[in-house]
Write a protein that binds this ligand. Structure first.
Ligand SMILES: [Zn+2]
Length: 375
């Protein structure tokens, strides 16, 4: 399957203005810059922030002035004002160190530095130096690329093989010879009508940042198939999973790290099927001749003087890479024609013997003519 690297949406953060003001300096002034949690991002001038600082300093002064006051109630009121303003500043994104600095200096600062609450790559700069921002306006978008998504475009014919939790390995053009691994974390319930594909999301650890969003990948899934041709998924047996975040898998009951929801068993979510005891029967994909409704293979008849083959109608399961799963009609060990089966079939039609096109045999001329009309 083919796909591409994408940002992990759950690890993309916006740095927003928490108070209205003017951005007088953007320390990160182009996209692509890598930032660590706590790095300075922008310097903002905000009248609201200025007055909040004044309010804080006044409240501190009055607490000091009331230290020897007989009225503890008045003192408590002033103290709670101090606490409330500190909290307001904290919610505006000021660090405890910045608040301490204001209190120590005793005078408000005109500009306050905003720090990054997360680490990652700045993938979008939403504001310009000198622009005014309102509360909630985005200043930067930061993406943590230590973990990325690989979005695979799976064809309808790939779908029978894909299950949640399966391992997928893939290669990229940028790192030839290197194979990366991930796990299927989401299979889109809706088919993309334009491309006739289904989006399959694979979660990938990217500690060395080798995967870059936008890169193309070539991916392979390795489903475990049981004897009856069904995909088995025993790896999650006995595990506990968040119904909303299936990537959260634990060994014991508990709650989801992401949303706090109660975990349920993988069995309950239908993710587990038992380990198969026997592998399914498969034949090379070049062996069967397939019309819309029927599949015929030519099987070697053993112990004959001359090589002899007989046509046989079989029931196939889905195709997996270079093989087809056989539901019925063949036994393990039987030899099938893998090259030239079509020639053999055409020859039989010429001789009016049963063939793929005419299972009951028939007029040699008729069938011969029909063959010629085939592309
Ligand atoms: Zn969850």
């Amino acid at each position: 399957m083919v796909g591409s690297v994408d940002f992990d949406e759950t690890r993309t953060a916006y740095i927003t203005a928490r108070m209205p003001g003017r951005l007088d300096r953007l320390f990160v002034d182009y996209t692509g810059v890598q930032v660590k949690k706590g790095d300075h991002m922008a310097s903002i001038y905000s009248p609201e922030l200025l007055s909040a600082q004044q309010e804080l300093l006044q409240a501190i002064d009055s607490v000091k002035a009331l230290t020897n006051s007989e009225s503890s109630i008045v003192r408590d009121v002033s103290q709670s004002t101090v606490d409330a303003v500190r909290e307001k500043l904290r919610l505006w994104g000021l660090t405890p160190e910045q608040i301490q600095q204001i209190e120590t200096r005793g005078t408000p600062m005109d500009h306050v530095t905003l720090y990054s609450p997360v680490g990652g790559i700045v993938i979008h700069k939403n504001a310009q130096e000198g622009s005014y921002v309102k509360t909630g306006d985005r200043i930067y978008t930061v993406a943590d690329l230590s973990h990325v998504w690989v979005q695979i475009e799976a064809y309808e014919s790939d779908l029978p093989w894909l299950r949640y939790g399966q391992k997928v390995s893939f290669t990229t053009e940028a790192w030839p010879g290197e194979t990366f691994k991930g796990k299927i974390a989401f299979i889109d319930p809706v088919l993309n009508a334009a491309t006739r594909t289904v989006n399959v999301r694979v979660n990938v650890d990217n500690p060395e940042l080798q995967m870059k969003p936008g890169m193309f990948v070539s991916a392979v899934a390795y489903p475990l198939i049981s004897e009856d041709g069904k995909v088995a998924n025993p790896s999650l047996a006995g595990k506990w999973i968040c119904p909303m975040h299936p990537e959260v898998v634990k060994d014991a009951p508990g709650t989801c790290d992401i949303c706090g929801m109660k975990l349920v068993t993988a069995e309950e979510l239908g993710y587990v099927t038992p380990t198969p005891t026997n592998a399914p029967l498969v034949i090379p994909a070049t062996a069967p001749l397939i019309t819309g409704t029927r599949a015929v293979v030519y099987v070697e008849v053993p112990d004959q003087d001359k090589p002899t083959y007989e046509g046989r109608e079989i029931v196939l399961g889905p195709k997996a890479g270079n093989v087809y799963i056989v539901h019925s009609g063949l036994k393990e060990g039987e030899r099938v024609v893998t090259q030239g089966a079509f020639k053999l079939d055409a020859e039989l039609q010429i001789h009016a013997k049963p063939s793929m096109m005419s299972p009951e045999g028939g007029s040699a001329l008729m069938d011969h003519g029909k063959m010629k009309m085939e592309p």
